[in-house]
Design a protein around this ligand. Structure first.
Ligand SMILES: CC(=O)SCCNC(=O)CCNC(=O)[C@H](O)C(C)(C)COP(=O)(O)OP(=O)(O)OC[C@H]1O[C@@H](n2cnc3c(N)ncnc32)[C@H](O)[C@@H]1OP(=O)(O)O
Ligand SMILES: O=C(O)CCC(=O)C(=O)O
Length: 376
């Protein structure tokens, strides 16, 4: 809810954030980063409202590594904070005019203070992907010494690939007994792959956003990570797969963005089949073209008719209307299906298919008469 709402032009109302928090909890999400108290009174009140719901999840406030942000989190009534510090020299120097020694000192001071106040504290390593891994290990050691429970490694600019993610996470995870979180960005389209690589490297906490909504190209999508972990690594996340699509739609509505039809796991078309070869295979044995069982997500396969359909698809669609055709008539109808799909750029509805079926008799009669005239 924090990085997701950083997507350009996305701005949730308090009511929307509360409803999204409730939906996330209902879906089994164990933790939300619900907002940034430093943004001011409205955000603080929203965080306070979410925290007061006492949902079965940890509600975290995102803060810079500063006393000021920490006190804003106190006003927000949350019990957990992510205290973020730039960790690359580029960012430390370029945006703060600081160095590594300052970062370690600020971390010890602010995390120590947060622990005294009673917060559960995670430390966010901004731009960890461009940081010296040795320095990240020092950050981990300092964070652990002053009572943080987790270290977040953020690929803030989305520059890593799965191999470099694995190496980075492994290196830091081996050097600390803090729990490791990985926070991916999708600038290279690798956020989900990198997040899975981070798990293999030792991360047990994953920053994700619904549909991958987030800063610039966004983050790793919750739905992709949850289902990919289950399918490829046999890791259960506790997320209810059936909740993912309604959740994604709710968030897209609040974000004022259309859901891409091809969006993995939750998009309209991801279990829709048009190509003749696929449809023919599915009709014989659905396992031929099914990697992910749609039942898991409360969804089902849909067969549609279009430019790439074959005879099996046409015969099947007609049989669903109680109609049957021989191959010759089926192929006549298939020609019309292809022509229609190309001309209208739409699939053929059952009503249009029925019309093609009915008209195929007239066409045949006309063709017969034409042949008879030619013969005469
Ligand atoms: C990678 C990420 O996603 S980081 C999270 C990004 N999230 C946001 O920016 C949340 C929305 N932001 C805001 O509402 C505002 O930027 C605020 C309230 C946080 C700060 O607003 P302003 O006081 O007006 O500052 P402004 O936005 O101009 O600049 C950000 C300041 O934070 C400082 N800063 C950035 N990161 C850190 C950090 N980890 N620790 C301490 N200070 C930091 C910058 O140096 C800059 O301060 P400066 O102007 O003294 O150099
Ligand atoms: O430092 C953090 O908590 C991560 C912040 C973030 O969103 C990022 O670096 O992309």
């Amino acid at each position: 809810m924090r990085d997701g709402e950083q997507a350009p032009g996305v701005a949730f109302t308090r009511r929307e954030k509360i409803e999204i928090a409730e939906a996330l909890a209902a879906a089994g999400v164990p933790e939300i980063e619900a907002g940034t108290p430093a943004m001011g009174d409205e955000e603080i009140e929203t965080l306070r409202s979410i925290a007061s719901l006492k949902l079965p999840m940890r509600v975290v406030a995102w803060c810079r590594m500063s006393e000021q942000d920490l006190f804003a989190a106190v006003s927000a009534g949350v019990t957990a904070v992510n205290l973020s510090i730039p960790t690359s020299d580029r960012q430390l120097q370029g945006k703060l005019g600081r160095d590594r020694a300052w970062a370690l000192e600020a971390l010890r001071h602010v995390v120590g203070l947060a622990r005294k106040i009673g917060f559960t504290v995670a430390v966010g390593c901004e731009d960890a992907s461009r940081a010296d891994p040795e320095f990240l290990c020092q950050v981990a050691e300092a964070a652990r010494d002053v009572g943080a429970f987790r270290l977040r490694l953020a690929d803030t600019l989305g520059v890593l690939d799965p191999f470099s993610t694995y190496a980075l996470v492994r290196r830091v995870a081996n050097a600390t007994d803090l729990e490791i979180e990985y926070h991916a960005h999708d600038d290279l389209g690798l956020a989900t792959a990198n997040t899975l690589a981070a798990v293999t490297g030792g991360a047990r906490h994953l920053s994700v956003t619904v549909t991958g909504l987030g800063e610039r190209a966004g983050n790793a999508p919750l739905e992709e990570v949850a289902i990919a972990l289950r399918q490829t690594a046999r890791e259960e996340t506790g997320i209810d797969p059936r909740a993912l699509r309604p959740l994604a739609q709710r968030v897209m509505d609040a974000a004022g963005r259309p859901m891409p039809r091809t969006k993995a796991i939750v998009g309209e078309d991801v279990f829709t089949h048009e190509s003749g070869i696929h449809v023919s295979g599915l009709l014989k044995d659905r396992a031929t073209y099914e990697a992910l069982n749609p039942d898991l997500l409360g969804r089902k396969h849909t067969l549609v008719l279009g430019k790439h359909s074959g005879l099996s698809a046409v015969s099947h669609a007609l049989s669903e209307q109680g109609l049957s055709v021989d191959d010759a008539r089926g192929r006549t109808i298939l020609e019309r299906v292809r022509e229609y799909a190309t001309r209208t750029k739409q699939n053929v509805s059952p009503e249009v298919l029925r019309r093609f079926y009915e008209e195929s008799f007239t066409e045949e009669a006309l063709r017969r008469r034409h042949l008879a005239v030619m013969g005469a």
